[in-house]
Ligand binder design. Sequence first.
Ligand SMILES: [Mg+2]
Length: 157
Amino acid sequence: MKLWVTDLDNTLGSTGILKGDENRIGELSLFPDVLNVFKVLIAQGIPIVVLTKGDFVYQRSKIHQLGLTEVIDNIYVAENDEGKSSLFQKILDEHDIPVEEVVMIGDGRDSEVAIGKKFGAQTIWFKYGKYNKDSEAPEGVRVVENYKEILEMLSEL
Ligand SMILES: [Mg+2]
């Protein structure tokens, strides 16, 4: 693995609790072990890129609140899923890394996971939240429910 592309909302922290209310941003915190995973990536020189959608300033504030501003290499904010797909292409172009060496992780099975799969990246479905509870995993997609599981699989990626 040479590049880590991650969704933000409900993948790095439980942003769903904010219900889009900017005044509640102080309630946000990282999921357990996210930093432990990122420390391993950083130690290996693997860039961490956030690919998310929504309002740029709001998304950036969430990253800041989560304490990740200095941890991540870049943040890309799309307006919708189609935009996410083009931004993923842009990320690939900018990093010049074979897509098989890219990990794409997110809670959106039909969003970032589907995009990663479409491009041929390694995909991790962060199976979090009520909307994911009863969904089946697509073929070839790794499924985790916490970052401890990711820590354990990092050497295989
Ligand atoms: Mg999400």
